[in-house]
Design a protein around this ligand. Structure first.
Ligand code: NDP
Length: 330
């Protein structure tokens, strides 16, 4: 079995490659060739942390990833204050022929890339062609990978960031200039960041809504990434009600998203407010954006399919590049 740390995963899994792979994964998920249960979230009463387990089987053809895999990760709310990542865990993929463990890898690196890559696919499908005024809420791991991913699918002419901790927003600005060569403006408020933006990525760990309907400009596309558990929201109910809504999975959206459940519970929207899965748009069985002034919203929750397809791709590329360490577990 090959063991791959954060750096090895990132070297084996560049963002441009991930975008193509994730488009395929989302298409396969909606076409029904991927078998996966809803993830399990274990929340012990005695601990503020949670354990998420996300297994799946992918049935890729023509050389595409195939076989079983699982992501297991612990989310510790206090970790960022300790200088650690919010989620820590592993992705494990199994040899498709024998079922023996093939590769075990750092899940944070996989999650950072795959989540932003799927948002890039959503942006390519749903944002206006000329969208290039990007606002990012949050300045952490996902904010960084989203800036990289957005810059690959749209020509960005302005980028603003807002973060709860101004020093972290400034550090993000400096990182963007140094690592990606992208100039970023630090906004003093969420409203200031979003004003006239036509592309928005929300990547915060807030529990309460930050984005109000009136902050969203006509024609904007929003990738809402942060609130990926049922007790968190980034968007107000009216903001969601004002948008054409797309999701990674109807099943997950129905059960795991408070952003989507709250406006339904409040009677602002019906069950049919979720228009389609991203994969259905990719398959051509559902319509995406219909007008240049539509507000489109892609609500990302994260799927095992994304982790496992990524895991197989990382394992294959790492073997080609001889990255990581081979161990025998008998
Ligand atoms: P990081 O810890 O790296 O970043 C968290 C960000 O959230 C920081 O910018 C922080 O701001 C901000 N934040 C934290 N609490 C609040 C608050 N109360 N109000 C406003 N902002 C806040 O985490 P990640 O980037 O890894 O993850 C970000 C979010 O995305 C998390 O909620 C995570 O669960 C979710 N996620 C979703 C995935 C999906 O597939 N949809 C996949 C992975 C993560 P500051 O530093 O300025 O204080």
């Amino acid at each position: 079995m090959r063991i791959l740390d954060h750096d090895a995963v990132r070297r084996a899994y560049p963002m441009d490659r991930a975008i193509g792979l994730m488009a395929g994964a989302m298409r396969d998920y909606s076409a029904g060739t991927i078998t996966q249960p809803l993830r399990t979230i274990l929340r012990p009463a005695s601990d503020s942390a949670l354990l998420g387990t996300m297994p799946c089987h992918v049935a890729g053809e023509d050389g595409a990833p195939r076989g079983f895999g699982i992501k297991a990760m612990v989310l510790k709310p206090d970790n960022p204050a300790r200088g650690l990542e919010l989620h820590l865990g592993v992705v494990l993929v199994f040899d498709p022929d024998t079922g023996s463990p093939l590769a075990l890898m750092n899940a944070s690196a996989v999650t950072a890339v795959r989540t932003a890559a799927v948002s890039a696919v959503a942006t390519r499908e749903l944002a206006r062609e000329d969208a290039g005024d990007l606002a990012i809420l949050g300045s952490g791991v996902q904010a960084r990978s989203h800036l990289e991913a957005m810059s690959l699918v749209r020509r960005l002419h302005r980028v603003r960031v807002w973060s709860r901790t101004p020093d972290n927003a400034a550090a993000f600005r400096d990182w963007a200039a140094g690592s990606l060569g992208v100039q970023v403006e630090v906004a003093g408020s969420v409203g200031e960041a979003l004003k006239d933006a036509d592309l928005v990525c929300t990547t915060t760990a807030t529990r309460d809504p930050l984005v109000e309907a009136e902050m969203l400009a006509p024609g904007v596309h929003v990738n809402a990434v942060g609130a990926s558990f049922i007790d968190c929201r980034e968007l107000s109910s009216r903001a969601v009600a004002s948008a054409r809504v797309f999701v990674d999975s109807r099943e997950s959206a129905g059960k795991e998203s408070l952003d989507l459940r709250a406006p339904r519970d409040e009677g602002l929207v019906g069950e049919d407010h979720i228009l389609a899965e991203l994969g259905e748009v990719l398959l051509g069985t559902a319509e995406g954006r219909t007008a240049s002034d539509d507000v489109t919203l892609y609500k990302s929750l994260g799927l095992a399919a994304q982790d496992v397809v990524s895991g197989f791709a990382v394992a294959r590329r790492a073997a080609e590049l001889n990255l990581g360490t081979e161990v025998s577990i008998g």
